[in-house]
Design a protein around this ligand. Structure first.
Ligand code: KIV
Length: 276
């Protein structure tokens, strides 16, 4: 099965920003996963994943920290380089770590490092009202940007834990407005984490760019999970939105293929993975 899947990656054209935009327009779901090394990059790509994220979640699942805060630009570059060597078709996104984008100049310098040294094709930053100017600056320099809103794990110490966001009507309205402003500033993708289904639907309907959800309900344009969570290699409490795709599958490649299929046919997320 693995060779068969790998060959598919060799024949299909590489995914790019316009592929993702067309998928949204056609209502074709986008399957995304994190990866941190070349071997899993190869497997995740071979399973048909459209976007691979070198997330700062590596601070937790690879380095064993309790949060993503200790991750550095050098860490992301190291893992991004490795993942890139495993990819054939998938689009590679890399995270801008904590405090690596405090002003437009610093953000541009670090985004350039992630792209030139790390081989990333898009950078992701955790954004809200404070990041409009930074997104605009990066977009003006043709850096593809994903704006991560909703639960922003880099702010965990400020918000007091990993909690569902946007439950209050005022906060939900603000998040929809911010997502539109991030799109207008030049964001090519919005990633929405841990919000009620209704808010996931509203943000997706409000935007022309693809919205990738993690705990944001079934109506977003695509789904992403942390690789180790969906392979059931998670330390501590598993988030509600995670499904263990190893259940019923003998090998990681089968679990990855099952995830991609479930995202594409809409059978993941199920109600038990959602916040209402
Ligand atoms: O760092 C990461 O893996 C992420 C995902 C949770 C989307 O940002």
């Amino acid at each position: 099965m693995y060779t068969q899947l790998e060959q598919r990656g060799m024949t299909e054209p590489p995914v790019n920003v316009s592929t993702l935009r067309k998928m949204k327009d056609k209502g074709e779901k986008i399957a995304c996963l994190t990866a941190y090394d070349a071997s899993y990059g190869l497997l995740v790509d071979a399973a048909g994943t459209d976007v691979v994220l070198v997330g700062d979640s590596l601070g937790m699942v690879i380095q064993g920290h309790d949060t993503t805060v200790p991750v550095t630009v050098s860490d992301i570059i190291y893992h991004s380089k490795s993942v890139r060597r495993g990819l054939r078709r998938a689009f590679l996104m890399a995270d801008m770590p904590f405090m690596s984008y405090t002003n437009p100049r610093q953000a541009l310098d670090n985004a350039v490092l992630l792209m030139q040294e790390g081989g990333a094709m898009m950078i992701k930053l955790e954004g809200g009202a404070g990041q409009f100017e930074i997104v605009e600056h990066l977009a003006r320099h043709d850096i593809p940007v994903c704006a991560h809103i909703g639960l922003k794990p880099q702010s965990v110490h400020k918000i007091g834990g990993f909690k569902v966001q946007g439950r209050e009507p005022g906060k939900a309205k603000e998040m929809i407005e911010n997502s539109k402003r991030l799109q207008d500033a030049g964001a090519d993708i919005v990633l929405l984490e841990c919000v009620p289904n209704e808010l996931g639907t509203a943000v997706t309907n409000a935007l022309d760019v693809p919205v990738i959800g993690i705990g944001a309900g079934p109506d977003v344009d695509g789904q992403i999970l942390v690789l180790y969570d969906m392979l059931d290699i998670t330390r501590g409490k598993t988030p509600k939105f995670v499904k263990n795709f190893m259940r019923g599958n003998d090998a990681p490649i089968d679990a990855l293929a099952a995830f991609v299929k479930a995202v594409k046919d809409g059978s993941y997320p199920e109600p038990e993975h959602c916040f209402s």
